[in-house]
Design a protein around this ligand. Structure first.
Ligand code: HEM
Length: 521
């Protein structure tokens, strides 16, 4: 029996379970649930018509053999059981999809049926009771919020209108890297702060400045990473929804405490913004919070926008946008540093368009096809959401000839599809050239390539992710040469979580490339 899964499960338990060693904890877990095993035995005959999958034990299902690196574990199951297979996570049925054809069936042909979410207990808290876009069920409230978000916050024209905010934040980051020339820098940490500053300045403008801003960044980074960790813990409340009320591991309780810290920050930003608007100062500052508060005041009385929904939307932008984008940039930097020929090609392309004695502007981005190919290739090899966000069917249906019951959890393993050797030549090799002549776009029309998902629940922030990734990476590569500290080697191992991360953070030394120090101000 594999015990890998039990470690994170029991590490999250309160005292006195933490006093026990892993084997004792596993034994406790099995005994604790044992008295329900008989009951389960009678129910477990219900695999009829379901996709094939590993043999499940009474009550615990396949939890005993589950590997926390879900994306690779699910890929190995699909090698054995085929492109659609099942797994029992306690009482919860998971269906794993690992082929473009079946992904199309789920995300396109049966899009409406599969447009609901299977919401982990931890996510209920951070989404203000699923009042956001990401975790909301498919229905009128989700439609209204998504429409507002895509039309009024993340549309091309709104993103263009806040271009100056992105520029200001990115210039500050380049200035920071310049101040660290010749010294080792944690690239992922700095990119998180950069993306975070860009997103929050788009959300609530320049209401916060200087030291307060730096402290706010540190506070958010801590809270976001704690939230991501809680969402990634194997949680009994998810495997046995009937027991969720007891919150045995205290995940919901911890999430509530973290949410309170967010709440405090949101409240003060909203108050500050209202004050500025009252005094007429905020009129010329265009930021998302202003757009949202205006929408709230002018909302359709039949479908009013509430303060809870505003906060849930702010949360989606921060939690959904920061980690995903900054991790993609960190992976890209690591892949490029391993392959000096790619670094050289990128620098040459950027230099031709931008010039050596000039800084990258967002307007240059469209003229950089090789950079765009790097963006696509990093999302192919290291998709930040390797299993998308779990979808869930609103009615029982048939996929690939098998029954898929209403309410189960659907995992589309895009990580495995995007590394399938029958689709991609040398799939584990980082080779941006494969996208140069390719028509393959990011918007979910090609089911071989789905880093942002597809259909109704497609990522709402593709335009923003694309701009931030391209602008940040181009600036990093154009402004600095990068090398590893003496004696260090690059490790590209991934770590599964709600967002796929680099297991070992990328630490690298920047050396300025531009001739004039003024270009770093
Ligand atoms: C490289 C960066 C990003 C990647 C790879 C990414 C990927 C994804 C994926 C795979 C989904 C789920 C799709 C599905 O379940 O079918 C998603 C949903 C979402 N993303 Fe992103 N995302 C990124 C950046 C962003 C940014 C910057 C924002 C906004 C600021 C954002 C906002 C959202 C929202 C609101 C949803 C929920 C959509 C819904 O359920 O209707 N994302 N994203």
């Amino acid at each position: 029996m594999s015990l890998k899964f039990f470690k994170p499960l029991f590490d999250s338990f309160p005292w006195p379970l933490q006093q026990l060693n892993v084997e004792q904890q596993a034994m406790f877990f099995v005994c604790f649930l044992g008295f329900l095993a008989l009951l389960w035995f009678f129910i477990s005959n219900s695999n009829k018509g379901l996709p094939p999958g590993p043999k499940a034990l009474p009550l615990i299902g396949n939890l005993h053999s589950l590997d926390p690196e879900l994306h690779t574990y699910f890929a190995s199951l699909s090698q054995i059981y085929g492109p659609i297979c099942r797994i029992w996570l306690g009482q919860k049925l998971g269906i794993i999809i690992t082929s473009p054809e079946l992904a199309r069936d789920v995300l396109k042909d049966k899009d409406i049926i599969f447009a609901n979410r299977d919401v982990p207990a931890a996510a209920v808290e951070i989404s203000y009771g699923c009042n956001d876009i990401l975790w909301n069920s498919y229905g009128p409230q989700w439609r209204m919020m998504r429409k507002l978000c895509v039309r009024d916050m993340l549309s091309c024209s709104t993103l263009d209108s806040v271009c100056a905010l992105r520029r200001r934040e990115l210039r500050q980051s380049m200035n920071y890297f310049y101040s660290k020339k010749g010294l080792p820098v944690n690239v992922g940490e700095q990119m998180f702060l950069t993306v975070f500053n860009v997103i929050t300045s788009m959300l609530w403008g320049s209401t916060v400045k200087g030291e307060e801003r730096a402290n706010l960044g540190a506070e958010f980074r801590y809270v976001v990473s704690e939230m991501a960790a809680l969402c990634s813990i194997p949680n009994l409340s998810d495997f046995y929804p009937g027991l969720a009320w007891f919150d045995f591991q205290g995940v919901t309780k911890k999430m509530k405490l973290l949410l309170k810290r967010f709440e405090k920050i949101f409240d003060s930003m909203i108050d500050e913004r209202k004050k500025l608007d009252r005094n007429g100062v905020g009129q010329e500052i265009k930021d998302f919070l202003q757009v949202l508060l205006k929408l709230k005041d002018e909302a359709d009385p039949k479908m009013p926008m509430t303060m809870t929904e505003i906060k849930a939307l702010l949360m989606d932008m921060i939690v959904g946008g920061t980690d995903s984008t900054s991790n993609a940039i960190e992976f890209a930097m690591a892949e490029i540093m391993i392959k000096p020929d790619i670094l050289r090609k990128l620098q040459e392309e950027i230099e031709t368009v931008v010039g050596k004695d000039n800084i990258v502007e967002e307007s240059h981005i469209k003229q950089l096809p090789y950079l765009y190919a790097v963006f696509k290739e990093v999302l192919r090899l290291h998709p930040p959401a390797p299993l998308l966000a779990p979808h869930s069917p609103s009615e029982t249906c048939t996929v690939g000839g098998y029954t898929v019951p209403k309410g189960c959890s659907i995992f589309i393993n895009v990580w495995a599809i995007q590394r399938d050797p029958s689709i991609w030549k040398n799939p584990t090799e980082f080779r941006p050239e494969r996208f140069l002549d390719d028509k393959c776009d990011c918007s979910g029309n090609d089911f071989n390539y789905l880093p942002f998902g597809s259909g109704r629940r497609l990522c709402a922030g593709i335009g923003m992710a694309e701009r931030m990734f391209m602008y940040s990476l181009a600036s990093l590569i154009h402004s600095f040469d990068w090398k590893l500290p003496e004696g260090e080697t690059l490790d590209l191992t991934e770590k599964f979580g709600i967002v796929l991360k680099k297991k070992m953070p990328l630490v690298a030394i920047p050396t300025p490339r531009l001739s004039d120090p003024i270009l770093y101000e």
